[in-house]
Write a protein that binds this ligand. Structure first.
Ligand code: PLP
Length: 391
């Protein structure tokens, strides 16, 4: 019975992004990182093949390619937007060696949304396939990978369950069945075979041959259930709500004296910023301890992109940074908005940021850097009650 529901969950997940299940297979992994690594290992690269990635990728859609092919990066402009004209020039220049364009649907740093169907059509025009890292796009916008005979079809899509309100432990890789029927699976063992002798192996059908070992049955069922629930709530409605909240947040934050907000529209509900005189880790700590506001600080596993947005010299030797604490590496503060966030929460954040900006010296001294804990922390004697901050 559990096998039946486990198999069924693949269909539900595939249909969520409008996959044609006669053409595509849905492979369940641990997370987006594992999905992209699987694709990188399964891709039949030959000497001289090129993968075009971009400067805005999460490390998970950058590093796996470096060990498998020559990687070229499409630059971003000073706002962090992909320079698609340069992508086309690169595809022309490297024709016919580019096998894959690997690009995020939306950035986890600026939230910037790429026009994945335009990029797909461009890649196809120059004989390349496209992988969309959907870790940030799929949770925030309805995604339709389109029929395989449409030039704007997305060949491969990867995303993670835990970023779309499902529990940790289940990731997704969708791609053409014929692609995964070639060659051997990247991981072998139980579950991947139908018949074995000491000399011979007959691989199981898809997706089993690509899902080695005991499957995460519960993770798959919960992801499928979550996606069905989101469909009932209405994906368009949720995206519209998030969009409105994001515009509201951008406006509220821009009233904070001195704030620098990175990125540009269109974007999902991801906003990064800095207050000039505060290290990102210090500002994050103040927001946490003073306001009970959970933010992420640093470079969000996208160091190339963050350095570029900060206008830092990318040639700075890594040894320079490795001698410093991660709290002092280049970085930003990030808020992520979802369907459950409210305008009131944004008002509270903006009010606290204004309070911090207006009393910068006070907060800077109140939150010294602890060399022992490698964090900015308030003194134990500092009593705060975040409920007292009124918007
Ligand atoms: C754009 C993007 N790609 C890939 C990943 C990696 O996802 P996971 O950690 O679920 O493998 C993330 C995670 O933050 C992400 O935001």
């Amino acid at each position: 019975m559990s096998s039946f529901y486990y198999d069924k969950s693949h269909e539900v997940i595939g249909r969520f992004v409008k996959a044609d299940l006669d053409w595509d297979t849905v492979i369940l992994t641990k997370n987006t990182t594992e999905s992209i690594n699987k694709l990188a290992h399964r891709f039949p690269f030959q000497r001289g093949d090129i993968v075009i990635a971009t400067e805005m990728e999460h490390h998970s859609n950058d590093l796996p390619w470096r060990f498998r092919a020559r990687v070229e990066y499409v630059p971003v402009d000073e706002k962090g937007c992909l320079q698609t004209v340069i992508l086309e020039q690169m595809l022309k220049k490297h024709y016919p060696h580019t096998r894959l364009v690997a690009v995020c649907g939306a950035s986890n740093v600026t939230g910037h949304i790429n026009d994945i169907h335009y990029l797909a059509a461009l890649a196809h025009e120059y004989g390349a396939l496209i992988l969309v890292d959907g870790a940030q796009l799929v949770p925030h916008r309805p995604v339709d990978i389109k029929p395989h005979d449409d030039p704007a079809h997305i060949d491969f899509l990867a995303f993670s369950g835990h970023k779309i309100y499902a529990p940790f432990g289940c990731g997704v890789l969708i791609g053409p069945r014929h692609f995964f029927q070639q060659g051997n699976p990247d991981q072998t063992g139980g579950g991947t075979v139908s018949l074995v002798t000491k000399e011979q192996i007959i691989w199981a059908g898809l997706p089993d041959r690509e899902e080695a070992g005991s499957p995460n049955v519960l993770g798959a069922l919960l992801l499928a259930d979550t996606l069905q629930y989101l469909q009932q709530l209405g994906l368009e409605r949720m995206a519209a709500y998030e969009d409105e909240l994001t515009c509201y947040a951008l406006e509220a934050l821009s009233s904070v004296p001195g704030i620098i907000i990175y990125g540009s529209q269109p974007r999902v509900g991801v906003i990064t910023f800095n207050l000039p005189s505060f290290p990102h880790a210090q500002l994050g700590s103040i927001l946490c301890h003073e306001g009970g506001i959970g933010v992420r600080t640093g470079c969000f596993c996208a160091q190339t992109y963050v350095r570029k947005l900060l206008g830092l010299n990318t040639e700075q030797p890594l040894s320079y940074w490795s001698q410093k604490s991660p709290a002092h590496w280049p970085g930003m503060v990030r808020i992520s908005l979802a369907a459950y966030n409210t305008r009131e929460e944004i008002d509270r954040l903006a009010a606290l940021l204004r309070q911090i900006a207006d009393n910068a010296n006070y907060y800077k001294h109140l939150y010294p850097f602890s060399h022992h804990q490698q964090e900015y922390l308030p003194p134990k004697s500092h009593h705060y009650d975040w409920r007292s901050y009124k918007a």
